[in-house]
Design a protein around this ligand. Sequence first.
Ligand code: MG
Length: 370
Amino acid sequence: MLIGRKERENNEKKLLAPYAAFSADGERKNKEKQDLTRTSFQRDCHRIYHSKAFRRMQGKRQVLSIQTNDHIRTRLTHTLEVTQIARSIARTHALNEDLTEAIALGHDLGHTPFGHPGEDALNYVLEKYGSEFEHNKHSLRIVTELETRSQDYAGLNLTYQALDGLNKHRENLNVRQKKQTHLEGQIVNLADEIAYNSHDLEDAVTNEIVSIGEIINLKIWQYLKLDLPKDFLKKPLTRDLARALISLCVKDLSFELSKNLKALDPVSSISIQNYTEPIATFSLQVRNALHELKNFLWDRYYQSEKALEETKEAKKIIIALAEAYLKKPEKLPNDEKEKLKSHELVEVVKDYIAGMTDVFAENEYCKINN
Ligand code: MG
């Protein structure tokens, strides 16, 4: 049995909610011939999977160095966890899973080496040269400008719907001037939060930076303990902790979303984009507990002695690389020097450093110092 694209598009009309995004409406800046079997949103996913920036995420840290241990999250495994959570929520609510997947796969492509400290350091140097760096904007830049898949245009030529979902800071960008992104995009934003809170908590405990004894004092514990095995405190399994947190957040979000959809009764994806607030949200109680958990993770994990030590090193490397290339462009590799014929030096340096993996940046740092 072969299911063609047309049939898939018809199935979407039958199976998805009226306020879902439909792949038959998928539009691209550069017009393309439609695929025989794959929908426009499936093709968006496949283009991201096969991009260079996607592969580089395996060498970029989430919080701690990827050499910490074999099981530490990287930017890539974080992305895959976000994708799983987001697709699962989208399926539950009869939304477009393929569009949700595309946005989740692409949402962190723009991260620099060394996570947020790397981003802060790059932005610090670029601001002195009249530019700036922000990873969400850079994700969009990668898929619209920097990746190559065709001789005819720059970027991956994703659908506008996928770009809208990636465009978290739309006031500064010319993708589409909507008040909100579609529900698929809203769900990825929350799935991102669910994924990093749960896996960072697991990684913090596994790496003995945070203890279970500290977690039981948090508001979130009152919810988590209801879903944990009775003897959890005697024999704690950190995986259980992350599982319980994901489960709590997904159920809470699903309940709130159903309530909001019932109250607002949106007729289309466009009507959802015209609301003043996102309609995919957590309940007030869970939001408060997550806020406290985030502050806790900030103090005890992101600002831990181990993380700060790595942050210091990361900032040193990024600042030294950016300053070196900006002051002496001849230190750039030939491919990058070639780009100077048509691009400003500061933009070339920004794209080059942002694209590096952690190890590549460390090696380049050694090279410029020798
Ligand atoms: Mg993320």
